[in-house]
Design a protein around this ligand. Structure first.
Ligand code: ADP
Length: 257
């Protein structure tokens, strides 16, 4: 694996301020992400996972410490980082092609070339015949794929995925995690996935960061090495080592029912 560092958090803390007072969300977080890595971030609900992605995306600034993307301090949103959220946020009144072009349109970058690229992405990932369809004519999985293509259209080098499958039923989730992994690897992206689902993180990521309760600190970082046939999330779930990772992370999360 290439060891060029693309994302780096150095002693990052963040406190939210509101009328009710101060909420420390994350505390002294440091980690590095190498090019081509797929990082899973797990932690209790409300511990600060999304906050970490928002910092990398440049949507918020750290209270202390610094966030670097490609060695430069993050000052605001940039085209090198794409963000995919829980809900697909497709516009119902735009067809799939128009939705996929949205990011480029906002940046004033719709050209014949960029349109061809989006068409290629839609073709490659099974939505070529649905270009003229509207979001409500697509299944949940297809909508999520369209949202991913919209994110890929601006050609970000880093993809942030925030619980991207949580609105989908279990079976679709499994299929989508396979698809998304394949797409991300094929397009040569670096990815950070936030999820509350331990199995999802282990099956998709090469490293899993485990966070504590809020304010989040890093409890552990697991290097995931699984013996699996084709390295897809579904076959990785069958690997003999899978359960050991699951049990270790489950213990660290100290989940109370
Ligand atoms: P997670 O993604 O792990 O569920 P978040 O990063 O979304 O957690 O939030 C961490 C904590 O910060 C939560 O307690 C949440 O209520 C609080 N928080 C998130 N965003 C804001 C905000 N804009 N203003 C004030 N508090 C916030």
């Amino acid at each position: 694996m290439n060891s060029k560092v693309v994302v780096s958090l150095e002693n990052v803390s963040l406190k939210y301020h509101s009328l009710e007072g101060e909420t420390p969300a994350i505390n002294n977080i440091s980690f590095k992400v190498n090019e081509g890595e797929f990082i899973g971030i797990v932690g209790p609900s409300g511990c600060g996972k999304t906050t970490i992605l928002s910092l990398i995306a440049g949507l918020i600034k750290p209270t202390t410490g610094q966030v670097l993307v490609y060695g430069k301090k993050v000052q605001g949103p940039s085209t090198s980082v794409g963000y995919m959220l829980q809900q697909d946020y497709l516009f119902e009144w735009r067809n799939i092609m128009q939705n996929a072009l949205l990011g480029l349109e906002i940046r004033g970058k719709v050209t014949e070339d960029s349109k061809k690229k989006v068409e290629r992405l839609l073709d490659t990932y099974g939505l070529g015949d649905f270009r003229k369809h509207y979001p409500d004519q697509l299944s949940g999985g297809m909508r999520q794929r369209a949202a991913l293509i919209r994110t890929l259209a601006i050609d970000p080098k880093i993809l942030l995925l925030d619980e991207p499958f949580s609105a989908l039923d279990y079976q679709t989730r499994l299929v989508m995690s396979d698809e998304v992994c394949t797409i991300i690897r094929k397009e040569g992206k670096t990815a950070l996935l936030v999820t509350h689902d331990i199995s999802e993180a282990i099956s998709m990521a090469n490293r899993v960061i485990v966070l504590s309760e809020r304010p989040a600190t890093i409890k552990n970082i697991h290097e995931i090495q699984l013996t699996s046939e084709d390295n897809t999330p579904i076959s990785r779930r069958q690997a003999p080592e899978f359960r050991q990772y699951f049990n270790a992370i489950w213990k660290e999360l100290d989940v109370h029912v």
